[in-house]
Every structure is written in C-alpha cells, then in structure tokens.
Design a protein around this ligand. Structure first.
Ligand code: HAM
Length: 446
C-alpha cells in the first residue's frame, strides 16, 4: 500500500513538473512573426555577401549611403503610390509622441531620393551613383522568402537618362548573383514608357477588360479603377486567362522609350547577360518610367524575385527636387541566401580560429590570460578555456572552433621555460621559449 502511495505521488510530481515545463516554453518570449534572428552560424554567409556587394558596387564607383530606419509616412505615400499594396496594406506606420505619422521604411528608393534632395547632392555632383544594404519592413503574410523584417541591398543612379546606367545596374545585379554561384536565374525586362503613352494604353486595356469585368477576381476589379496595370500581377488563374489576349504596354510605348529600351537590350547582349522580354512586368510601385526589370530564381518557390528595379525619371521632382532622372534596383538578401541554399551554392569554408591555448595546470590561468592578450594584440584570433575544464574538454573545444594551432601551457615543459605548439593540420609539434612571442606569432601567421 505504501509503495503504491509513493508511486502515485511520484507520478503526480512528474506530471506537474512536465506541465510547468510546457507552460514555460509557451510563455517564452519569441521573435515577432515574420522576423528572424541571424545567428552566429549564419553570419559568415551574410558577411561574405555584404562584402561582395560592396566590392562590386565600388568597382563601378558607387558610394554607400545609409538613411534612417523610419521616415515621415508621407514620403512613401507620395513616392511609392497610395494605391499600391505596399502603401495600402503593408506599411508599419505609427504616431510618435509629437503626433507625427512615421513609417518603418518598406524600401530604400524613396529614402535615397529624399536624402538626395535634402542634401542637394545633385548640386555637388551631376551624377550620383549610390548603393545601400539595409533592413526593410513590410507587414506581409510571412512564408519562405517573405518576411516582415527583411534586408535589401541595392543601387540608385541619379542624374542621367543614359540607358547605359539601366544596363549597368542590371549587369551589377546579375554579376553579384552569379558570383554567389547562382545558376538558375532569369533576367526579365520590360519598358513602361512615359506617363502619357501609358495613359493611352490604360484606356485601351480598360476597354478590353470592361466587357469581362464580372469575370475578374475581386482584387483585380478594384485595380481596374485604381491601378489597372497591377492586374497583370494577379496570381488568380482566371484573371491570367482573361489577360492572355489583352493588348500589352510595350506595343504602345512612345518612340523615345522604345529607342531607350533598344539600347538597353543591345548593351545587355554586349555583356552576355541572357534576358527575356516580359511585357507583363509592371512591378508593384508607381514611380517607374521606361525600363523595369527583375531577376527571378527557379529555386525558391513562389517568392521567386531575387531583385527588381527600373527607371524613375519623375520621382525626384515628385518629392520636391529639381527634375532629375534616376534608375536603380533592390535585391532581397534572405531570398538570395535561400536560393543559394537550394542550389547548394555559396559553400564557404568553416570558420576557424588561429590559436587555442590549453592550460595543463590550474595555477597557470593568469599566464594563459597574459599570453592570449599578447597574441591578440598582434592580430591573431585566440581563445582559451574560461570554465576550468579538463585538458580533454579543452581539446574538444579547440576542435569545435577549428583551431589551426593549439598551444599547451604547463607540465614539465613549462617548468623548463618552454611551450609546446601543435599544428592541428599536420600534427607537427614544436617547443618554443616561453617569452618568445614573435616566434609563435610568425609560425601561426604563415
Ligand atoms: P521590390 O520589388 O519591392 O522593389 O523589392 C525588391 C526585392 O526585395 C524583391 O525582389 C525581393 O527580393 C525583396 N523583398 C521584397 N519584399 C520582401 C519581403 N517581404 N521579404 C523578403 N524579401 C522581400 C523595391 O523595393 C524597389 N525599391 C526597387 C528599386 C530600387 N527600384 C528602383 N530602385
């Protein structure tokens, strides 16, 4: 009877403990839906990509620009367009204590143009070629390759209508993606012409769709009045069926835009960038004129656009600056890294440290501290044990960090004024004088 009572009590305690554990887990604070921590194990890829982006842009003489994480809401409404998904549905907007409406930036172009106008960059230099790497915020439904906080890199060239810049930016985007090892890429280009030719075309499209208005999805029906070109972005099959025989904008653009587009195509051919013309590529932002483009991956599912951009010759004026043409693109870093993972591209070597110091005798802790400081001062990446672990555990730690060399401090060798250093690649060991810092530093640096 006693045994039974004891067993029941034990089971009850275990159940309560299990329940408390579960409660704790569900109460645990987590990152906000649609945001992600970038953990140390992923940082190597991020840093590699960021360095590559900066190197490629710098080789084309683009200068980096950084703008604040939030702006006045008005900026985005005026530039991206009130009727777009970004402004209409996706912005993180809030009022600060001064009752100003602020928005976390959903994209960079508007911010770059605002900074360009505010600081009169056009007066200091007739052509400004700028690049950026930054976090963006859009309240979209999260899925693979789509987050609420995500990161873009991109470039904007302000001050010239030359189609060479349109081609240059497409080439920059394509070479960054290719240098990462991505192969399953398609470059899609289109031209939206200038607003006057677009207005004529919009009338034609409206006439074409008016008869079948009732067959359009609800979203597309709304777009028919508000932003008719965006109907081409619809994912609804029946909408796409209706659009099959619709007139396409590229057939109605003005002569100047057509000539501009021809030069862009010639330059891309000259640089051997394979591309296809996609007459339905309208893009979801209102500021575009003439060229639009996207580079899509066949390896990331439905969110396939790795980058997108185009020309925006009227935007600077729209934001209050002197009329200044512009062209640019932005690329989603998370999507690119997902494509790299799915294509098994970007296989970087494991990170390693130069030297791990193993303390053989406990009393030598301060000596190890001192040695490490000296090697670090000389530029080596050095670590050692802070947890009073056994020699075996310290050795395991050295292997975990892929230490190139291990330095043993202690034992008879130490008493004889020597340190034993082991090359973990070759297994070779060498005794070096205790105070001979430079010999160790030179050996490890090689
Ligand atoms: P966008 O097409 O809106 O263009 O975004 C560019 C890229 O950012 C997309 O192709 C995608 O890779 C990434 N992206 C967008 N939204 C998300 C999201 N929710 N999660 C993950 N990645 C995302 C622009 O932003 C324009 N400012 C591009 C531009 C620059 N046009 C001229 N200059």
């Amino acid at each position: 009877m006693r045994v039974l009572k004891y067993t029941c009590l034990k089971i009850t305690i275990l159940l309560i403990r299990d329940h408390l554990k579960k409660e704790n887990i569900t109460n645990m604070l987590k990152a906000i839906t649609g945001t992600k921590d970038i953990l140390p194990s992923e940082i190597t890829k991020w840093k590699y990509l960021e360095t590559l982006v900066a190197d490629v842009f710098t080789s084309y003489n683009y200068k980096e620009i950084r703008t604040p994480i939030f702006e006045e809401t008005n900026l985005f409404a005026r530039s991206i367009g009130e009727e777009t998904d970004i402004v209409g549905k996706e912005m993180y907007t809030f009022r600060d204590k001064g009752d100003t409406s602020l928005t976390l930036k959903p994209e960079m172009t508007a911010s770059v143009v605002r900074a360009f106008v505010e600081h009169s960059l056009g007066k200091q230099q007739s052509l400004n070629k700028l690049f950026y790497i930054s976090a963006m915020f859009r309240q979209e439904r999260p899925q693979a390759g789509r987050q609420r906080q995500f990161h873009q890199f991109g470039g904007e060239a302000l001050g010239s209508t030359s189609p060479m810049l349109d081609a240059e930016l497409i080439i920059i985007a394509y070479s960054i993606l290719s240098k990462l090892g991505l192969k399953d890429l398609a470059v899609k280009i289109n031209s939206l012409g200038v607003p006057s030719s677009r207005e004529n075309y919009k009338k034609l499209l409206r006439e074409f769709l008016n008869d079948s208005k009732n067959k359009l999805s609800e979203d597309s029906r709304k777009r028919l009045d508000q932003n008719i070109l965006r109907i081409f972005d619809s994912k609804v099959e029946s909408d796409q069926e209706l659009l099959k025989d619709a007139p396409v904008l590229i057939d109605y653009i003005d002569e100047e835009s057509r000539e501009h587009f021809d030069v862009v195509k010639t330059l891309l051919n000259q640089f051997h960038v394979p591309f296809e013309i996609d007459p339905k590529l309208v893009r979801g932002l209102d500021y575009y004129t003439k060229t639009t483009f996207e580079i899509v991956s066949g390896k990331v599912g439905s969110q396939s656009a790795l980058c997108g951009g185009g020309r925006y010759d009227l935007l600077v004026e729209q934001i209050g600056g002197e009329p200044t043409p512009g062209v640019g693109f932005a690329a989603g870093i998370e999507r690119i890294l997902l494509a790299c993972e799915n294509e098994q591209a970007l296989n970087l070597p494991n990170e390693n440290i130069d030297l791990y110091i193993i303390r053989l005798d406990k009393y030598l802790s301060s000596k190890v501290f001192d040695l490490a400081l000296n090697y670090r001062k000389n530029g080596l990446i050095v670590d050692y044990d802070y947890l009073d672990r056994s020699v075996k555990a310290q050795m395991r730690e050295a292997n975990k960090y892929n230490a190139r060399f291990v330095l043993f401090v202690g034992g008879g060798e130490f008493l004889a004024g020597k340190l034993n250093i082991k090359n973990m690649g070759t297994g070779e060991q060498k005794l070096i004088g205790l105070d001979d810092y430079s010999e160790i530093i030179n050996l490890v640096r090689k």
